[in-house]
Design a binder for this molecule. Structure first.
Ligand SMILES: *[C@@H]1O[C@H](CO)[C@@H](O)[C@H](O)[C@H]1NC(C)=O
Ligand SMILES: *[C@@H]1O[C@H](CO)[C@@H](O)[C@H](O)[C@H]1NC(C)=O
Ligand SMILES: *[C@@H]1O[C@H](CO)[C@@H](O)[C@H](O)[C@H]1NC(C)=O
Length: 206
């Protein structure tokens, strides 16, 4: 029994820190925005398990999304084969860098549309921070009802606190969370878009 538990724990820990196969180096910026979100997600050209054990490819593209098979087909890949790379830790069915960036561009635009409905007219740095959250899915963002209320009242501090208290923040780690917190809360030293402090992407990548 104990052995089984230990084994389960170990396999969970190992898969939770899956190696990025065919990593593409990305540069962080000092601001919340699409480039910083790319850096936060990291870029792997082949399938890997993210920290939540979800099979992922490219720049944070969740292979459990409803449209995953369709998107893979568009890039001449078969979802089944891509997932097999995750299971076998192989690199037989991967994206090109251009394709990964193309998919990110589309996912990012969808997240922008989601945020513009969720809370219209946000100032750029705050909007970029919320888009960084929406990349996990529009449905995920919509669960932040109190944050939405606060944003619409321009109560930036409460909105930022709501994000910091969330399980999303726990999942992505302190640096990404703090960076978005700062972009939303604004305040001292954080008026424009110079709010990012880096990312915890190194927890699992490379
Ligand atoms: C997919 O393959 C077809 C046929 O080989 C090719 O014309 C097309 O450019 C490829 N598309 C992508 C996105 O690689
Ligand atoms: C996506 O592509 C369009 C057209 O090339 C570009 O204007 C836009 O900035 C890109 N967005 C991101 C997030 O890279
Ligand atoms: C966040 O959590 C702290 C500690 O649990 C709590 O005191 C605070 O009221 C919470 N803030 C929000 C905005 O929910």
């Amino acid at each position: 029994m104990f052995k089984t538990l230990t084994f389960l724990l170990c396999t969970t820990l190992i898969s939770g820190t899956d190696k990025c196969r065919l990593p593409v180096p990305l540069t962080p910026t000092a601001s919340c925005g699409s480039q910083q979100t790319m850096f936060n997600e990291g870029e792997c050209l082949c399938c890997y398990y993210d920290t939540e054990n979800i099979p992922t490819i490219g720049i944070g593209f969740n292979l459990e999304r409803g449209d995953a098979a369709e998107v893979m087909t568009k890039y001449n890949l078969t979802l089944e084969n891509v997932l097999k790379d995750c299971q076998d830790k192989t690199t037989n069915h991967c994206l090109t860098d251009a394709d990964a960036k193309d998919i990110f561009n589309e996912t990012y635009s969808k997240s922008e549309q989601c945020v513009d409905k969720y809370s219209p007219g946000l100032p750029p740095a705050k909007r970029a921070a919320i888009i960084d959250v929406a990349l996990a899915g529009c449905a995920t963002l919509k669960q932040f009802v109190k944050m939405q209320d606060a944003l619409n009242k321009q109560d930036w501090k409460t909105a930022a606190d709501e994000l910091r208290n969330s399980s999303w923040c726990e999942q992505v780690g302190k640096n990404r969370c703090d960076s978005n917190y700062n972009c939303i809360a604004g305040g001292k030293g954080c008026t424009g878009q110079t709010c990012a402090t880096g990312s915890d992407v190194s927890r699992w990548i490379y």
